[in-house]
Design a protein around this ligand. Structure first.
Ligand code: DER
Length: 221
């Protein structure tokens, strides 16, 4: 049973002809995009707004039409994955490094649908290190402020070099002792000069698609 495929494909049932769809990033969204590509081939007419260069490239390969913000009036639906989901549908996102564009699109969408296999479900957020996107300038000072907030930041690296987001920023993966009050932390984080955005998506998800104990897709709202 491919759990990511099951939840990723289920989300396409929300996609209707003529919609503008925010296209998320990650390995679950990979299956959503494959399915959307097949539906487009069968005649579905949509415009996609990609949340990353990686998603844009895959969408182009699948002939999913893409649009820019200047060409659309609204985003009907955003579909995206998550790294952690709590019982209130609050999320930690950013494992794939696309959190800034993902959050902009999720916030702009009329409906935000999250696709996450059962391994992402948690009682309280925080087992997954919280990605915090920062500008490279003064990164050492930003790290210091994050420590003062109780975090233990680690600069994300790829092959020994600092990871760069599509917007050229760094990501600090931060372990916090407790994320019992994520909404307060989200506000505190974004007050730090140098922080661009963080991976706490609080009160943003409208629908969660995951699997029940029989491995059948189940929706939570
Ligand atoms: O970066 C993100 O938030 C992505 O959506 C990603 O982390 C989701 O995880 P997945 O690759 O397991 O679907």
């Amino acid at each position: 049973m491919n759990e990511k495929k099951a939840v990723g494909e289920k989300a396409t049932e929300f996609v209707k002809d003529g919609m503008v769809v925010g296209l998320g990033t990650g390995s679950t969204m990979f299956y959503t995009l494959l399915k959307l590509g097949q539906l487009v081939k069968e005649g579905l007419s949509i415009q996609g707004i990609p949340t990353s260069i990686q998603t844009a490239e895959l969408a182009k390969e699948l002939n999913i039409p893409l649009a820019g913000f200047k060409e659309i009036e609204k985003i009907d639906l955003a579909i995206d994955g998550a790294d952690e989901v709590d019982e209130n549908l609050n999320l930690i996102k950013g494992g794939g490094g696309a959190l800034l564009r993902e959050k902009i699109i999720a916030k702009a969408a009329n409906q935000f649908i999250v696709v996450a296999d059962p391994s992402k479900m948690v009682k309280t957020l925080g087992s997954f290190p919280l990605p915090v996107e920062i500008v490279p300038f003064g990164a050492e000072m930003t790290e210091k402020h994050l420590r003062e907030l109780g975090g233990s930041p680690a600069l994300r690296r790829v092959n020994g070099e600092p990871f760069r987001t599509d917007n050229g920023h760094f990501i600090l993966d931060c372990i916090f002792p407790s994320l019992a009050q994520p909404q307060e932390l989200e506000v505190s984080l974004n007050k730090i000069p140098g922080v661009v955005e963080n991976g706490l998506f609080i009160g943003m998800a409208d629908v969660l698609i995951t699997l029940n104990s029989d491995h059948q897709p189940i929706l939570y709202r």
